[in-house]
Design a protein around this ligand. Sequence first.
Ligand SMILES: Cc1cc2nc3c(=O)[nH]c(=O)nc-3n(C[C@H](O)[C@H](O)[C@H](O)COP(=O)(O)OP(=O)(O)OC[C@H]3O[C@@H](n4cnc5c(N)ncnc54)[C@H](O)[C@@H]3O)c2cc1C
Ligand code: HEM
Ligand code: SF4
Length: 813
Amino acid sequence: MSTNKKKLVVIGNGMAGISTVEQILKLTTNFDITVFGSEPHPNYNRIMLSYVLDGSKTMDDIVLNDLNWYSEHGIKLHTGTTVTHIDEASREVVAENGQRVPYDQIIIATGSKPFILPIPGSDKEGVIGFRDIEDCNQMLEAAKNYKKAAVIGGGLLGLEAAKGLVHLGMDVTVVHLMEDLMERQLDSTAAAMLRAELERQGIKFAMGVQTTELIGEERVQGLKFKDGTVLEADFVVMAVGIKPNIAVAAASGIETNRGIIVDDFMQTSMLNVYSVGECNEHRGVCYGLVAPLFEQGMILAKHICNVDTAGYEGSVVSTKLKISGVDVFSTGEFIDGPEHVVIAQKDEWKRTYKKILLKNNVMVGAVLFGDITESANLQKLIKQRTEMTDELYAQLMGTGCCGGGAEKKSSSVDTMADDEIVCGCNGVTKKAIVDVINDQGLTTVDEIKACTGATRSCGGCKPVVEQILQYVLGDGFKKTAKQGICGCTTLSRDEIVAEIKSKGLTTTKEIMHVLDWNQKEGCSKCRPALNYYLGMINPDSHVDEKESRFVNERMNANIQKDGTYTVVPRMYGGVTTPEDLKKIADVSLKYDVKAVKVTGGQRLDLIGVKKEDLPKVWEELDMPSGYAYAKSLRTVKTCVGSQFCRFGTQDSMGMGALLERKFERLDFPAKFKMAVNGCPRNCAESCTKDIGIVGNDGGWEIFIGGNGGIKARLADSLCKVKTDEELIEICGAMMQYYRETGNYLERTSEWVERLGLEQIRAVVVEDEANRKALMERIEFALEQVEDPWKKVLNDEKTQRALFNQLDPALLQK
Ligand SMILES: Cc1cc2nc3c(=O)[nH]c(=O)nc-3n(C[C@H](O)[C@H](O)[C@H](O)COP(=O)(O)OP(=O)(O)OC[C@H]3O[C@@H](n4cnc5c(N)ncnc54)[C@H](O)[C@@H]3O)c2cc1C
Ligand code: HEM
Ligand code: SF4
């Protein structure tokens, strides 16, 4: 069927080409689009190849546009098909398989090729570049069969390849011609700090050496340097640079230099032919990062769709190394010369470094190492060619005698244009972020990541996204402090949770490995925390790691100072029956329990049970575990309430028992206590509970964040509700929100202070859709839980491991 649509052919199925197509599709459907790609894959996130290499992502994870996307948008995709040239006379694009496709307009987006050193032996088996999925597969394969790797090139790509190969178990040496690593982004001071950090992470370095030959038979066996010395290596990655892929353009008679020459609207020298991405050269510059190509793509899309746009003026690029535990940032000019005024601060103890360069008092470049929280702000100031003032100096460098941080940082977000790209890797603009915050009520960077993709790739834009969040939410924004959860990592709880989700991590060991824990086995602080986060994120698939739990949780009982244990059976709402009381009495007598105590939470505590008797006591009681040992719902304390009490207006006993049955057994960040009262006289003391519920004439009032322990805190009133259904839903939503955002071991009294009552109210009370979503998630998690005592009784192996013996009754079964 013939159409009136214009025929657009895109040569190159990579990040620049497809992101331009995405922009075009936002503006018009008036193109009949055909895409050619040499690789046999749909468009994927090339940046993330480094993560595929270190095992934290799979190939599937990094696909940006799957095959459905192409068909949904009516795009004809020819994968594994290389275009040879454009036939301008017949207005056709010609592929190497002979295929000819007519065009009205063409976008050349053929990217770059890795630069392979023209030295003897560079064509030997075992020598590769690092550019695509195929290279990545070769590295993964090589690591299985070979031990010694050399990476030639100490730039961003080389270092990421080296770290990936170290992860894969290879002995890796980075060979670099210069004395400084990343010399195109860092000055000597930052480069030396970087090298020291990477050495700590297991990478070796041969600096200031020139490779003249790769030696070996068919397969490479080593590198020969200019001074005659040899480095043994049975696998070599060349990461010495890229060269724009101009083959199609050159073969078609289009003007090229290093790259394909384009004007400010990405127009090449051939009519109706444009070029975007790493393959082009704009005002003498060829870029090797994604941010510029997204900027180019937006302009090209508008231009091609006849939407008014200013031309492209070039980009100020910035760099971030994607190796965890290594925070490096540089933008603009970074090597100081006589024309510069240098502002620098180095802290060898904290291993941080900050340098800002001024030219004629204007900020022209910066380098950060160790702490890159200022990166977004600096990038902005440098891009805007901001003049240094006393006030700005005080903000950036601190005025205190210890060089402390700025008192108050001005936000650069308000001066940012709406269409300014914030996340270069995923092409997300400021407006897109502001819109999702406003329209969907998002409150965290993680939610923005899930919604827009911003921060998803290299993570360099996280500080700007945080600033935008702060700017839009105003006082409602609370920044989570950047602090490692323990000495084993510098990652915060939020970062770990985000990594677990984005990288699909499933065990504590895997987290420690992939996220570069500096202590291989972790510590008693992080192990239980990670086990909790894993279970919270994947309630259905997480296999609980008993060994990561505290002793009481491993044993499902509280150990006492004489080595015996306590057993607290569940008594929903603090109500028992004569039959249960009789059983408790019989078991207590039979197993010589030392004391039976009524607890502060209205339960009965059998104190002094011998370890080996625990399984038998549980079995004979035949009651559910009361979880008195766990970071879980402990007790719901109730008063007498309307069933019996003269003052009672609500059925507190009934509601208490119902809530306890509904929400028991779930893991929480810390222990969780509740109370339900039949009237405001509050006999069951709601004010010191994580959730305290008080009946009134019209319904219930819900209080949260109370604590009666060392750091006592009176609970805050969250809201009033009219119906039991609303009460249950808000309790469930609040519990799930706490489960999802609480730091491990953080009680709700601290959590409420940290997040702010208003924020919690907005999420679990006012936003009904969100409340229901939280409730759905907690219901799903609840479906997965089972009674731990019964579980042990039904599991010989665990019983033997925990108690060193089996229940004799079980042996007879
Ligand atoms: C491991 C790695 C890590 C990186 N990390 C970062 C980072 O952290 N930050 C950052 O900003 N950038 C990073 N980059 C660079 C970034 O990936 C590139 O800037 C970006 O992919 C360039 O996009 P492009 O579309 O111009 O080229 P490409 O993504 O290379 O796409 C070009 C596509 O065109 C195809 N093609 C070429 N010739 C033809 C032809 N004749 N016919 C048909 N198809 C053809 C190629 O096969 C390729 O698939 C990284 C790159 C790598 C390899
Ligand atoms: C303000 C006036 C109060 C009145 C009129 C009042 C009234 C009552 C009544 C009538 C009962 C008995 C229920 C029953 O067993 O039949 C009761 C129980 C109780 N009251 Fe109060 N009360 C008041 C305040 C308090 C306060 C301030 C506390 C402590 C914080 C408290 C703690 C208790 C306790 C612990 C019980 C036993 C509840 C249980 O476990 O069943 N009362 N109260
Ligand atoms: S809180 Fe009210 S209903 Fe409950 S026992 Fe006390 S007086 Fe009775």
